[in-house]
Design a protein around this ligand. Sequence first.
Ligand SMILES: *Cc1c(COP(=O)(O)O)cnc(C)c1O
Length: 428
Amino acid sequence: MNTEKSKKAFDEAKKYIPGGVNSPVRAFKNVGTYPLFIEKANGSKIYDIDGNEYIDFVGSWGPMFLGHGKTCITDAVTSAARNGLSFGAPCIAETETARLITEAVPCVDTVRMVNSGTEATMSALRLARGFTKRDIIVKFEGCYHGHSDSLLIKAGSGAATFSAASSAGVPADFAKHTLVLPYNDIDALKEAFKNMGDKIACVITEPVAGNMGVVPPKEGFLQTIRALTREYGSLFIVDEVMTGFRLSPSGALGLYGIDADLVTFGKIIGGGMPVGAYGGKREIMEFVSPSGPVYQAGTLSGNPLAMAAGAAQLKYLKTHKNIYGEIEKKGAYLEKEFNLSAEKHGIPVCINRVGSMMSIFFTETPVTDYKTACMSDTERFKKYFNEMLALGIYLAPSQFEALFLSDAHSSEDLEKTVQAFDAVMNIL
Ligand SMILES: *Cc1c(COP(=O)(O)O)cnc(C)c1O
């Protein structure tokens, strides 16, 4: 596959953009190559500027759950655009999107629109702190909740109570308010609440981790967070930015039958436009400005184009719930065929999958948390990624990301993917 134009475009981009990209993982650094510059996308396919066609399993990192160029969404956006791009004043589409979210997710009474998942989690944290009048937040190692200061924190070496910033530029004074625990570790969670439960403002988690590769919650993990937060007067924030409207019509909350105090959204609710949202129980959300003392605002929040796209996608999902069953079948097919092929060629893999989210870890060890995810053979992943790409399969360029299925993937796409996988396993 010739990708010379992308190579040149990347060199040019690097002159004007730090690292040549506007979000780090796009640089393909982990897989030892340069990114493809994309010209267009349609349905399940994505096309680079050299004219190559790929089956897309990134889906813009999650939003394109219905595939690219879905007519009901592009029509909604173009017709909204003709009426003006932004007003900075209320518009009907905001209420419509908010209503669609609250109707789908039972524990969300009201919802505030923002412009990204990062903004959603950052604002939900401030709200949790303002509501509980406590400072400490608990997050889990390997979960990603965007790049705000309080959340770019990793477990420090030594005792679990000492956390450290995972990015330069985050003051140690911020890091000390974030406690990082291992994902799926119920005992560590109980211990933390025993020690400082009355100081914990909230626990935030990905209900199914997707940002260390896909790691499902262990039986009882989410339920224990719910029980402990309730017992100690802390809030439970479920970050559904990736899983919302993906794992079921009511997200992971619906799939696992979990209740949360606050829920954050992004990705699918924007249909490909820059959108995030946070919502939850009315008495908590009433703490948000202008009704309450917790400040949060946005010049472009609830933007009419973004709301038109989001509402169109959510309305489509509401009236086509069969998509969830169909996408589960597609995922089960890929998982089964990938496992068979890897086994046939003697390649040790651990495949984790929940519905349309899946990861192939190159390790024999079951992956249940960040530590076990890190046991994967990333050199082998690198080769796997590049060989798949050469066969026209566009995967996330990191061992620690998910493969996303969309409604647009056809059985022909999946068969072709399985054939490519088998050819790659043969030479890995
Ligand atoms: C992508 C993601 C975010 C951040 O969203 P952005 O729109 O990239 O800021 C937050 N939480 C989770 C779980 C995500 O997957």
